[in-house]
Design a binder for this molecule. Structure first.
Ligand SMILES: C[S@@+](CC[C@H](N)C(=O)[O-])C[C@H]1O[C@@H](n2cnc3c(N)ncnc32)[C@H](O)[C@@H]1O
Length: 297
């Protein structure tokens, strides 16, 4: 069954083994953007691949677990398109988690309105971000504000405000209040299909290991030895990658894991007999770069 999933994806031309490298880069504007985040390492470009992976199964998974949620485009798309009966999303960063808690609660409307009413300028943004948040929804607002006004959407320490942004508009260049509020309100319409857990994705993987009816989307911070891009992108970048691969060996459900194209990652995957393929994406400089897709053998 798992082998046939991989075969189907090959037949669909969605990913390939090197040296074929002939797949086209997905045009992200063709994907419905459901998340209000502008997330570093976000997987909007991978949505068509994940969609096919979930659709081309004999049975719809009872649950899709997005183990490292971040901006959560995969979980949101799966819930929106009902690619799984239920979606569970896990994130360890309390700031990012505050946004998910709020968006999936009755405070979603408060957040949407707060974004619409905020008068964005550099001093106002600084003041709002420096304020001590007294509850989850305020923390959620601060996180969205930081995410949309800091360089590259990077929430990790050391990130600075956008200086030029698009068309020299500085910090306002990625602040689209109507669009963001619309997305937050839209997520609220299908929130009953989503469970959010603030916690450690590895623990949740272990807890569900015996279940054959779960599919996992696993997009960890890219900090395996070799490239380590994730270190400057996320506050929670440290991960025991070997443990993650070990757990993936004994989960009974299907999984799709993504990683940067580092030799150390290939070695960890191949050592466990996983299937490794490459998928093209547009790099920071609009060049074509390849990421790894790792699936059960
Ligand atoms: C590569 S990003 C995920 C990006 C996401 N796929 C998207 O499309 O936006 C990895 C995320 O994992 C989170 N993270 C790191 N360690 C974690 C852990 N042990 N459990 C859950 N989340 C974790 C980071 O905070 C970060 O948001």
């Amino acid at each position: 069954m798992l082998q046939s999933t991989n075969r189907q994806l090959f037949q669909l031309g969605l990913f390939c083994s090197e040296p074929e490298k002939k797949n086209k880069i997905v045009n992200v504007s063709s994907v419905k953007q459901l998340s209000p985040f502008r997330y570093p390492g976000g997987k909007t470009w991978l949505v068509p691949v994940v969609r096919k992976w979930l659709q081309n199964r004999a049975e719809k998974p009872a649950e899709l677990i997005e183990v490292f949620t971040g901006g959560g485009i995969i979980g949101l798309t799966a819930a929106h398109e009902q690619l799984a009966a239920h979606v569970t999303m896990i994130e360890i960063d309390p700031d990012v988690a505050a946004v998910w808690h709020t968006m999936l609660s009755n405070d979603a409307e408060w957040l949407a309105r707060k974004i619409l009413d905020f008068d964005l300028s550099l001093p106002n943004a600084q003041k709002a971000i420096e304020k001590t948040a007294t509850d989850t929804k305020e923390r959620a607002f601060q996180t969205i504000l930081r995410n949309r006004t800091l360089h590259g959407g990077i929430l990790a320490a050391g990130s600075g405000f956008l200086k030029h942004g698009e068309n020299g508009k500085g910090i306002t260049s990625r602040w689209y209040p109507e669009t963001l509020s619309k997305r937050i309100r839209y997520i609220a319409t299908f929130r009953d299909r989503i469970t959010f857990i603030e916690g450690d994705g590895l623990q949740i993987l272990k807890q569900n290991a015996e279940r054959p009816d779960v599919a996992y989307f696993i997009d960890p911070p890219y900090t395996a030895p070799g490239k380590c891009a994730g270190k400057r992108l996320y506050r929670f970048y440290e991960l025991d990658h070997d443990s993650l691969f070990d757990i993936a060996c004994f989960v009974r459900g299907d999984f799709m894991m993504t990683y940067d194209n580092a030799e150390s990652v290939r070695v960890m995957a191949e050592k466990r007999g996983f299937h490794v393929s490459t998928v093209p994406m547009k790099g920071t400089h609009h060049n074509e770069v390849f990421e790894l897709l790792i699936t059960p053998a």
